[in-house]
Ligand binder design. Structure first.
Ligand SMILES: Nc1ncnc2c1ncn2[C@@H]1O[C@H](COP(=O)(O)OP(=O)(O)OP(=O)(O)O)[C@@H](O)[C@H]1O
Ligand SMILES: [Mg+2]
Length: 211
């Protein structure tokens, strides 16, 4: 089972939005998908309770034991782990559990203190394991063609891993879908569907590549 973790200690950056849309997209591509809600707020569980996606199973893990419990779960091609923002131990547990970590980052975010910590945790883990997990930033909640803020650009330039080419824009369809147990594929927003498809394509590529 391939494990993809959504990690960012800053709240409201779109972790759950990306996790649910990615889970539904992979499920539509015939993967059997486990959505792991590692946030005691339970937003992904609330979403799943309303969802009609039959290809998707959702579990909640409220303690930082994701890296201990996930390896014993069988029967899925891919697990998407939606990590809680603030709990550092949970962030570390999800990083340990993951083959690929996605770090959503808003282009204009002012509150960037926690990103450095997340990068450090990922690097520490990569040092121990010889490179696992792979990691990428994903630009989230971008508005129009708004330029990257200077501070954000600095972080992207200095970080030990890059960002996905495709980003997730701020769109009404994402906000509506999250509240209704849907993904953007259930809406009429073709642009949102296209960007989530592109993001999923890139993840498939990264996971297929060696090293
Ligand atoms: N691309 C987007 N377009 C429009 N709204 C978005 C987008 N991404 C997230 N939102 C909205 O922003 C809010 C926070 O998003 P989300 O819950 O995905 O963030 P999060 O990182 O999981 O937050 P938390 O740290 O609280 O778990 C939600 O109301 C969601 O609908
Ligand atoms: Mg969330």
């Amino acid at each position: 089972m391939i494990v993809i973790g959504l990690v960012q200690q800053k709240g409201g950056v779109g972790k759950t939005t990306i996790a649910t849309n990615l889970a539904d997209t992979l499920s539509r591509r015939s993967y059997s998908v486990l959505l792991v809600d590692a946030d005691p707020q339970g937003t992904a569980r609330d979403w799943a309770a309303k969802s009609e996606d039959v290809g998707l199973t959702t579990v909640g893990v409220d303690r930082p034991v994701v890296h201990e419990e996930l390896p014993s779960i069988e029967g899925f091609d891919v697990a998407i782990v939606d990590a809680v923002g603030k709990l550092e131990k949970m962030t570390i547990s999800v990083i340990k559990a993951s083959d690929l970590v996605l770090v959503p980052i808003q282009p204009s975010a002012a509150d960037l203190w926690a990103v450095g910590q997340v990068i450090d945790h990922i690097e520490t883990r990569q040092d121990i394991t010889g490179g696992t997990p792979k990691a990428r930033f994903v630009i989230s909640r971008a508005i129009g063609s708004s330029k990257m803020g200077e501070q954000v650009q600095d972080i992207l330039d200095e970080a030990p891993f890059g960002r996905l080419e495709s980003s997730v824009n701020q769109r009404v369809a994402y906000a509506r879908a999250l509240g209704e147990g849907k993904s953007v594929h259930d809406t009429s927003d073709k642009k949102a569907q296209a960007e989530i498809n592109k993001l999923t394509d890139q993840l498939e590529q990264i996971l297929r590549a060696d090293g």
